[in-house]
Design a protein around this ligand. Structure first.
Ligand SMILES: C=C(O[C@@H]1C=C(C(=O)O)C=C[C@H]1O)C(=O)O
Length: 449
């Protein structure tokens, strides 16, 4: 058994140790059987724009909690990567995959067992698909390069053999026996009215309130299959899974980028303001027009854009805010403003993540009053929902998304999360309907047709 990492420490002895990583090109390899053939910890990550990663096992693990968890992870990662001995292409370089809980004082109680306030894994084996190529990377701490190269050859051979056997068919959605919501329509109406009263009293400008829905599953859910199906329905979203132990996996298909850092360029999204998709092109266009012209949504969205601009200004030169547009996903459409900035100094994606989390799209404004309102109102634990999930590398480059359209599952039940931004003129019924739409990506993957 692997012992759990101490706070801010890599789980294997970091002192004077070297991380050795080697990569080899493979014939194309489907991440579904790759993941299915691995035990926890398992990770999966792909963005609509770029590489796809699947990983299993542990070369190193970093955990942290408390208010300085971002900094603690960063310091432990710097130490881990300091002695990195990597031979392979840029695309297949080793990365730490993981994320953070929404609240800094997170307690890993069910359904969040195994999920600390910050958890990262550097996979023992990492599959990378990028630019039409597939690479396998094996990493190990305190091993000789020869031992890592031997292991790389063994894993490659095992993968080639399993590729020769037919991929098992996708077992399909597990089916849902029953669902239990944390929040009835009436309770929601009371929560929204109480939040609106706080806004009218001047204590608060916006707060995002959420609900959770627990689904008892008819069969065990296969995460690799669910991720493959999400890839078909939501190719334009960030799809992720983090499974730190066999006790639970957090997975989803989120449209919202929290931060990408590449060199000194930061990319992020303001995504707030939502409406469903129409059944016909005409109805869809009408719905699109309704969010484009709504003053309430313009206000709600504008607060998010302004806050992100303010959060990035201290660390960057010019912040470039693109024109607002509508982002259409399979089951919902959102107001969306892509934002870019150039850092004035070398930076680390975790510092950007810390500065941006939680954006008012998932927290609110002012941040302290919104977080207080969320704690006092919500009757469930957000855990990693609406929090940063992603990866970073030795240079501090990386991408994090906001863990929305997501669920945590122990295999036989799944808890789904969905929320909506509340402003002064929010209507509880409309907000309730928008929240239900945000369960769809995951619920559709779990329910039998
Ligand atoms: C909170 C969620 O979504 C966020 C809230 C939105 C809104 O209030 O319109 C839109 C997109 C996300 O930023 C969620 O998906 O659970």
């Amino acid at each position: 058994m692997e012992s759990p990492p101490r706070d801010g420490q890599v789980s294997a002895e970091p002192t004077g140790s070297a991380l050795v990583s080697r990569a080899v090109e493979l014939p194309d390899c489907d991440p579904r059987p790759f993941l299915a053939g691995r035990d926890a910890p398992r990770v999966y990550w792909t963005s609509p724009y770029g590489p796809e990663f699947a990983g299993g096992g542990t070369a190193a693990r970093i955990a942290a909690d408390g208010a300085d968890r971002f900094e603690t992870v960063r310091e432990a990662a710097d130490e881990l990567f300091e002695g990195l001995d990597y031979d392979g292409p840029e695309a297949a370089r080793p990365r730490l995959f993981g994320g953070f809980a929404f609240h800094e004082d997170h307690d890993p109680a069910p359904p969040w067992q195994g999920f600390g306030a910050a958890e990262f894994v550097l996979p023992r084996t990492q599959l990378t698909r990028a630019n039409g190529e597939t690479w396998l990377t094996v990493s190990s701490l305190n091993a000789t390069p020869e031992a890592v190269e031997r292991e790389l050859a063994e894993v490659r051979e095992a993968l080639a053999e399993s590729r020769d056997r037919a991929n098992g068919p996708d077992a399909g959605p597990p089916g849902v026996v029953s669902t239990t919501s944390t929040t009835t329509r009436e309770e929601w109406a009371e929560q929204v009215s109480a939040a609106v009263s706080r806004i009218e009293a001047g204590d608060l400008r916006k707060v995002t309130l959420a609900q959770a829905l627990t689904a008892e599953l008819a069969d065990e859910v296969s995460i690799p299959d669910a991720l493959a199906r999400l890839g078909e329905s939501y190719p334009d979203c960030f799809r992720f899974c983090f499974e730190p132990t066999t006790d639970g996996a957090f997975f989803g298909a989120t449209p919202e980028r929290l931060a990408t850092l590449r060199g000194r360029t930061v990319e992020t999204d303001a995504l707030a303001g939502s409406v469903g998709r129409g059944d016909t092109p005409e109805e869809d266009a009408e719905l699109e027009a309704s969010i484009e012209t709504s003053e309430k949504m313009a206000h709600e969205h504008g607060l998010v854009v302004e806050t992100i601009r303010d959060q990035l200004s201290p660390v960057s030169g010019e912040v470039r805010v693109a024109d607002r547009r509508v982002r259409k996903l399979a089951t919902i459409q959102h107001l969306w403003t892509p934002i870019e900035a150039d850092l004035t100094d070398n930076g680390h994606v975790l510092s950007i993540v810390e500065a941006l989390h939680p954006t008012p799209a998932v927290g609110g404004l002012p941040p302290e009053a919104a977080l207080r309102t969320i704690r006092e109102t919500e009757t469930f634990d957000r855990g990693w929902y609406a929090a940063p999930v992603g990866w970073f590398d030795a240079a501090g480059d990386g991408t994090f998304a906001v863990g929305l359209r997501s669920a945590v599952t122990d295999g036989t039940s799944a808890t789904l999360f969905a929320g909506n931004g509340i402003v002064a003129d929010s209507d509880p019924d409309e907000e309730y309907e928008e929240v239900q739409l945000k369960y769809r990506p995951i619920l559709d993957e779990l329910e039998d047709e």
